[in-house]
Design a protein around this ligand. Structure first.
Ligand code: COA
Length: 338
């Protein structure tokens, strides 16, 4: 492999997460949908999820998580804000500049990354690239999604899974041998399967046809069964590549932080990788699938409750619409104030 950027690496320097206060239980959903608490728990592992209140948008979630990550890093300044999201406040402009301004960072580079549930991994690669190239010394990377604003409340296969939240990390320029340094970020996509997860209406295709959308096309749609199979295969393969790239074996991994898509997917990936439940971080029971927020929210909560500690060798992996997937490794650092 060509070492294009020498020893310089992106190093995790802060973490934060936030979920909106409104909690939706399985029984709340079963009150109007043809589903049950038992079905949702056994098929997805989800017990509760959080939902934005009326008027609240993705930027509101992102600002809360971003502020917590900046506080945790002990330094409120960054040169760039990268926001991974599938639910921007509006189609144009990007949401990141608004988030940056509300964090007192007007003037810095700010843009959105669109890679659905793999957005945080794509964001890590983007932020690491900005740092490696010398474009930025410090980057705030936020994953935030208000999925309940695009899910069809009548669609029981998605309404029970997808939820709202935000997580963020601060990355700073450092040395690739120090704790917190990101390993190679393995990324991939398969656009021949883009129809498995999508929102058909609202983009240029439907608009250039100059017709209003068919009922339901403005909502998020997913083929759950096919998605399940691809998620397991792709997260497993990407994880194996990332671990090999780090020079580790899977037995070296202390904590797996996988995209919290579905507890059965997490179990299947863990089995294939030989990483038992006690080495897996998980919050899906309490927060559901929060899209691009999933991994950074999991990191923030696990860091706060001590299940993730300085020195843990970590494997991160995600999968989602695109189809897109990714994985990377790092050793969790000691963060300022912890
Ligand atoms: N409550 C009750 N029944 C439900 C239901 C719900 N919330 N959602 C679907 N069903 C029904 C289906 O209609 C189907 O009924 P049928 O057999 O009469 O047609 C039955 O349950 C089985 O459907 P199936 O899709 O095979 O179920 P499943 O075990 O695959 O579980 C998902 C459905 C959506 C939970 C599962 O496919 C899944 O988690 N997929 C991956 C989703 C995911 O993680 N996406 C994000 C990737 S980033």
């Amino acid at each position: 492999m060509i070492e294009a950027f020498g020893e310089r690496a992106a190093v995790v320097a802060g973490v934060g997460g936030w979920v909106p206060p409104d909690v939706v239980t399985n029984d709340d959903l079963a009150a109007y949908l043809d589903t049950s608490d038992e079905w949702i728990r056994t098929r997805t592992g989800i017990r509760t999820r959080h939902r934005v209140s009326p008027g609240m948008a993705t930027s509101d979630l992102a600002v809360e998580a971003g502020r917590r990550a900046l506080d945790s890093s002990g330094d409120p300044r960054v040169d760039a804000v990268v926001l991974a999201t599938t639910t921007p406040d509006q189609l144009c402009p990007a949401t990141a500049p608004v988030v940056a301004a509300r964090l007192g960072l007007a003037g810095v580079a700010a843009f959105d990354v669109s890679a659905v549930c793999t957005g945080f991994l794509y964001g890590l690669a983007t932020a690491a690239g900005l740092i490696a190239a010398g474009t930025a010394e410090r980057v705030l990377l936020i994953g935030a999604d208000a999925f309940t604003t695009i899910v069809n409340p009548e669609d029981r296969s998605t309404a029970v899974i997808f939820a709202d939240g935000a997580g963020a990390v601060v990355l700073r320029a450092g040395h690739r041998d120090e704790p917190g340094a990101l390993g190679r970020v393995v990324l991939g996509t398969d656009g021949t399967l883009s129809h498995l997860i999508r929102v058909p209406a609202g983009g240029s295709r439907q608009r250039s046809l100059n017709r209003s959308h068919e009922p339901g096309e403005e909502f998020f749609q997913m083929d759950g069964r096919d998605t399940f199979r691809h998620a397991v295969e792709r997260m497993t393969a990407a994880s194996q590549q990332a671990v090999a790239s780090a020079g580790w074996s899977l037995a070296d991994v202390d904590r797996l932080a996988a995209h919290q898509a579905n507890a059965r997917i997490l179990t299947a990936v863990g089995e294939r990788l030989g990483i038992a439940a006690d080495r897996q971080l998980s919050n899906i029971a309490d927060v559901g699938n929060t899209g691009a927020a999933s991994i950074p929210l999991l990191l923030a909560q696990s860091h706060a409750d001590g299940t993730l500690a300085a020195g843990h060798r970590m494997l991160l992996t995600a999968f989602g619409g695109g189809l897109a997937w990714g994985a990377t490794t790092l050793t969790w650092p000691k963060l300022p104030g912890s």
